[in-house]
Ligand binder design. Structure first.
Ligand code: N01
Length: 537
């Protein structure tokens, strides 16, 4: 589809991506009276919620918290139906938002941004779209998502395989059935853990290829009842404020005690309470030191391993499903809707790839070091080139022709996760080195979008043409993010948080762990001090 003609008129901003971030950024810039356009590669809006439409896909943050807070009317009129919304419901919500705020007329679908070049004389970005050609604007805002570039397995021979191949991260809009098929799923992160129980209900045989097991906590998903929805809606304003000032964008009482200073019975009671709450943070957040002390962490990890042993009938299988190679919480935990129970079914098999690694795809299936597995369909749930992948995929050239991917060769460098030295008038929404994926994304996206809009408005008021992070502010921020991460166990895990899941990617702890409340205050302080750490011209 060609880029909308209206988009070619003098633009103030080009927004890349029509997911949660891009939609809200467009709305916010329009409110300032600016001309903005959104370029989206997919055939529909929704970003991650457009692509990840695999069976079982569901949000792992409660629906009433995983929603925009900027419009009290929207908040009151939309009716969430479940504690954790399934992908179709989140996508319907985003489509409703796009219609309600008349966003679609400034969104071009089916066009990919391939390159962007800053023209220093004109102080404008020229953005190349395919199809669509070039567009120019004063500001370039990357709302490209943290988990939008899929990572395929490194195993050779996929092109030789003759069966069906599905990628959870590119499921698309078609309905794929697995009735009576021999299916293999590769990958047991959040996507694998969600898709496996659903495919198991259809397939004649399901083989799960696991390299690293996940810690899974029961989701306890259920329909929302009218009384709790009404109570939440009545107190929404206070709840949103609590989200904004919390650690992870999910209000909770901070723990007061170390896991090592209480009796084993007290500890287990606390973990059990967290387990029963059915969310990502309660169990791990039971004590002050689960994410900073290996010994404390092991108590939580062992609590969950005992639950796996209780859920899975075969002790050998339970053992293989029990993570032991990284501290609990340092890879994103998963919410379980029937995952462990699936392995009690006689037609479901686990292949432990640590014991028998994948060697190659064959025309009939996959071969491990042990044997060939014949499969009618293979589902790849092998994750993403997270946080930096979508940004590095665009050929971005800033001042003096500097290439962003080169500047980030040893890991991302930016200021506040929002702006990059040498790349004026470029912003990243929930970029690397901001709280992003270690927070409720809705909260972090809204904060960034509002900060960026505020910055552009302040520039207009002061008559500035460009804004650019200084090298010094950037260096300090990169150091600070690494320092805060290093206090925790997170950097020790081979995870997508550290880039370790992508061969050759530099190992850098990518999200900022200072907490969304603290981080927001830091960003607001920067703005209040006349954009301290930025050069304005
Ligand atoms: O990806 P992952 P994901 N051979 O990277 C394995 C969000 N999300 O799409 O750990 C064999 O977590 C890999 O093994 P290992 C959420 O933030 C949210 O599942 O690298 N296996 C791992 O098991 C989540 O954390 C929701 O050893 C290979 C799996 O594939 C993030 O997205 C739902 C392999 C990848 O797991 C990413 O989740 C879905 C290979 N060559 C996603 N390469 C919800 O809201 C990789 N693996 C619930």
């Amino acid at each position: 589809m060609a880029v909308r003609e209206a988009a070619r008129e003098a633009l103030d901003a080009i927004i890349v991506g029509a997911g949660i971030a891009g939609l809200y950024q467009l709305h916010r810039l329009r409110e300032l009276g600016l001309r903005a356009t959104v370029i989206e590669a997919a055939g529909g809006i929704g970003g991650t919620w457009y692509w990840n439409s695999y069976p079982g896909a569901r949000c792992d943050i409660p629906s009433m918290s995983y929603s925009y807070s900027f419009s009290p009317e929207l908040e009151q009129e939309w009716e969430w139906t479940e504690k954790y919304p399934a992908q179709p419901e989140v996508l319907r919500y985003l489509e409703h938002v796009a219609e309600r705020f008349d966003l679609l007329r400034d969104i071009t679908l089916g066009s990919r941004v391939t390159a962007a070049r800053f023209d220093e004389t004109a102080a404008r970005w020229t953005v190349t779209t395919d199809p669509g050609g070039d567009l120019t604007a004063r500001f370039l805002i990357l709302a490209t998502g943290c988990l939008s570039v899929p990572k395929l397995p490194e195993t050779p021979g996929l092109d030789r395989y003759r069966g069906r191949v599905h990628l959870t991260a590119r499921w698309g809009t078609g309905k794929a059935g697995f009735d009576g098929l021999r299916v293999g799923v590769i990958g047991t992160g959040s996507s694998g853990v969600q898709v496996i129980p659903v495919i198991a209900e259809q397939a004649a045989e399901l083989t799960v290829f696991q390299r690293t097991p996940s810690f899974c906590i029961p989701a306890g998903n259920r329909p929302l009842d009218a009384a709790e929805v009404a109570a939440m809606k009545a107190g929404y304003r206070q709840w949103r404020e609590a989200q904004r000032t919390s650690g992870f964008g999910i209000p909770s009482d901070p723990p007061a005690r170390s896991a090592l200073e209480v009796s084993a019975a007290e500890r287990d009671a606390a973990y059990q309470a967290g387990w029963e709450r059915g969310d990502l943070t309660s169990l791990i957040g039971s004590f002050t030191d689960v994410l900073v002390s290996r010994e404390a962490n092991e108590t939580a990890a062992e609590f969950v391993r005992a639950k796996i042993r209780a859920a899975v009938g075969d002790p050998g299988l339970a053992n293989a499903l029990s993570p032991r190679t990284y501290p609990i919480g340092t890879k994103r935990p998963c919410l379980d809707s029937g995952y462990y129970a699936t392995f009690n079914k006689s037609h479901v098999r686990l292949v432990d790839l640590r014991a028998t690694p994948l060697q190659e795809f064959t025309p009939a299936g996959v071969r491990t070091t042990q044997r060939e597995h014949e499969l009618d369909a293979i589902v790849l749930a092998t994750g993403f080139d997270a946080l930096t992948g979508a940004i590095a995929a665009i050929d971005i050239r800033g001042r003096d022709g500097a290439v962003l991917a080169d500047a980030w060769r040893d890991g991302p460098r930016n200021y506040l996760g929002l702006a990059v030295a040498g790349f004026p008038n470029l912003f990243t929404v929930t970029g690397p080195l901001s709280p992003s994926v270690l927070s409720n994304m809705m909260v972090s996206i809204e904060q960034h979008v509002e900060w960026i809009a505020g910055c552009i408005a302040a520039m207009a008021a002061a008559g500035h043409r460009t804004i650019e992070a200084t090298g010094r502010a950037q260096d300090n921020w990169v150091r600070h993010v690494a320092m805060v991460g290093a206090v925790t166990l997170f950097p020790s895990a081979d995870s997508w948080y550290t880039g370790a899941n992508v061969p050759g990617k530099p190992r850098v702890f990518l999200p900022y762990l200072g907490g969304v409340g603290e981080y927001r205050r830091a960003c607001d302080r920067v703005a209040a001090r006349g954009y301290q750490g930025f050069a304005l011209a």
